[in-house]
Design a protein around this ligand. Structure first.
Ligand SMILES: Cc1ncc(COP(=O)(O)O)c(C=O)c1O
Length: 545
């Protein structure tokens, strides 16, 4: 033992200064007789294991408390290791299966360390807090008043609105209206909402660049130079040199010949699909593809087929069995916005080549998030960028601005500038937004470590939720669903999380299929481990309520 003191060490000091600063897993080999003695004499655990067991069950210490408590003693213990032990304890408790984990050396050890903590633990769970927006204050209490709702065929609001009104009324009456959280400041890992400081898990600010002084300064400088807008569409009111710079930077970022910007990712999809395709063509898209892509197909009037989510076999079937068409466009998202999994790009490319089709990838959630430097799905899979005919994306997620892009060949870009309605008939991206895009791309280039942090944060939260027993579905990125299936249950969980200071969005039917309601958690590179442990703690406690 290398305590460095000739004085006999107290038991706790022994533990603190012993040889266990390395890998906790090596502990087995390190357990000397003295430690065994310590364990034997420890209060509760050895003398009354059943009591210790009950104690744990009754107190339901959260995983965060366990981690914090153990870290007080052993900085070397990883949160993951603790979580694994903890979930095996839960499994044993609920299923009565396997070996009682607390009988293992590790668990005894943890219980010893926990015993003081457990006895003094504050049992209180947070009281219900007041969130005026949850009861529908923003609707001027429209739903509180007694009124006869009519949904007649010829009314402005017809029967299709019934479900929406009834559900909103119900949510407000239960103090659980979950949408439009009122923010009174800028977004970031912590936001101010309804007078409370909240941990934000609902923003797509994936790289944590919103509020970065460099981005703010660039936007302010652009307003000083160009004003707030050009006063119309680019064809007539003018294309700023800033637009050209942004488009060149986007083309370089994506590795294409050219790029064209639009005022949103939604418009970019409308523009490229309706600009290039028409009723004589067909689109085959993943069933989970973003709504903007479906709306774009409606605008284009193309024939639409859907293939099973991320399933090349189903895509092949659709390719073989669809209606006659001049051209076929395959569409997929790079990262799926509701499930957080990654589109099967290599297989899509193979099929596109085999059947002589075109391929569009919407990289809205993949740009800045996938690949070593955040270039997107192509970088993630190591495929050539030009294997995809059309790349689209939003500039309001990893890139801290507003806008959307289409990255294509120069020929297609020139065509879109003259043949895509959202380019011709809609005002241009304004100067501060354009400058923020440019600065965001520059920072991403200089600081690719943000991409790595984002992925690590995603993995940490996902694994933590899984070890607590939550269903995170298909997630493999920074988008993490917690699938609860039932709409009401999901909305109520989102509401309860607010009491704990955590802001998450529920995603309910019709945004997702019936019976697949979920919370959708989005981590960013700006979240710290403490933030994420705080979230896991809240989920853990709520589960035990
Ligand atoms: C896959 C996908 N495409 C397009 C969009 C639309 O982007 P924007 O918000 O910039 O209009 C979104 C928005 O979330 C999205 O998830």
């Amino acid at each position: 033992m290398d305590g460095g003191s000739s004085e006999p060490l107290s038991e706790r000091n022994y533990l603190l200064t012993g040889k266990f600063t390395g890998n906790f897993a090596d502990l087995t080999h390190e357990i000397s007789e003295e430690i065994s003695l310590y364990l034997e004499s420890a209060r509760l655990v050895t003398s009354e294991p059943d009591l210790a067991y009950k104690l744990i069950r009754n107190y339901r210490p959260s995983i965060r408390e366990l981690i914090l408590c153990i870290r007080e003693f052993y900085f070397a213990v990883t949160a993951h290791a603790v979580r694994t032990w903890y979930s095996s304890l839960r499994l044993f408790r609920t299923n009565n299966a396997g070996t009682p984990p607390e009988r293992s050396v590790y668990w005894r050890y943890i219980l010893v360390l926990m015993s003081d903590h457990l006895l003094t633990k504050d049992l209180a769970v947070p009281a219900k807090k007041k969130f005026p927006s949850s009861s529908g204050e923003m609707f001027q209490h429209y739903f509180a008043a007694k009124r006869e709702e009519r949904y007649q065929k010829r009314d402005l609001i017809d029967a299709r609105a019934r479900r929406l009104f009834e559900n909103t009324k119900l949510a407000c009456s239960m103090d659980a209206y979950p949408f439009q959280p009122p923010l009174s400041g800028r977004t970031g890992p912590i936001v101010e909402m309804d007078g409370h400081r909240m941990l934000m898990l609902s923003s797509y600010d994936y790289l944590g660049l919103i509020g970065d002084p460099r981005v703010d300064e660039a936007a302010i400088a652009a307003i000083r130079k160009y004003g707030t807008a050009t006063g119309g569409a680019r064809l007539f009111a003018g294309t700023m040199d800033l637009h050209r710079e942004v488009e060149q930077a986007l083309a370089e970022f994506k590795g294409t010949e050219a790029a064209v910007t639009f005022t949103s990712g939604y418009s970019a999809n409308l523009a490229v699909i309706s600009g290039l395709f028409g009723p004589a063509d067909r689109v085959i898209m993943d069933v989970y593809s973003h709504r903007s892509l479906l709306d774009a197909c409606r605008l284009a009037g193309v024939q639409v087929q859907r293939f099973e989510h991320n399933d090349p076999v189903s895509l092949r079937h659709e390719l073989e069995h669809g209606p006659e068409a001049n051209r076929t466009l395959i569409i997929s998202d790079g990262v799926f916005s509701m499930d957080g999994d990654i589109g099967c790009l290599p297989e899509l490319i193979e099929l596109k080549k085999e059947f002589g089709c075109f391929l569009l990838m919407d990289d809205s959630h993949a740009s800045g998030a996938l690949g070593a430097t955040g270039r997107g799905t192509d970088e993630h899979f190591g495929v050539q960028t030009e294997e995809v005919d059309i790349w689209t994306g939003s500039l309001a997620k990893s890139i801290p601005s507003n806008g959307g892009f289409v990255a294509v060949s120069q020929r297609v870009a020139i065509f879109l500038q003259h043949g895509a309605s959202p380019f011709i008939f809609s005002a241009a991206v304004n100067a501060p937004a354009a400058a923020a895009i440019l600065e965001g791309l520059k920072i991403l280039n200089q600081e690719p470590e943000r991409v790595t942090t984002l992925a690590a944060n995603g993995a940490f939260l996902r694994e933590g939720l899984q070890s607590l027993g939550y269903d995170t579905g298909l997630s493999e990125t920074q988008v993490i669903p917690v699938i609860l299936q039932d709409d009401a249950k999901t909305a109520l969980l989102a509401r309860r999380l607010r009491d704990y200071g955590v802001l998450v969005s529920p995603v309910l039917f019709p945004a997702v299929a019936q019976g697949t309601a979920r919370l959708r958690l989005c981590v960013t590179a700006a979240h710290t481990r403490e933030h994420l442990e705080f979230v896991l703690d809240a989920f853990d406690k709520i589960r035990s309520e």
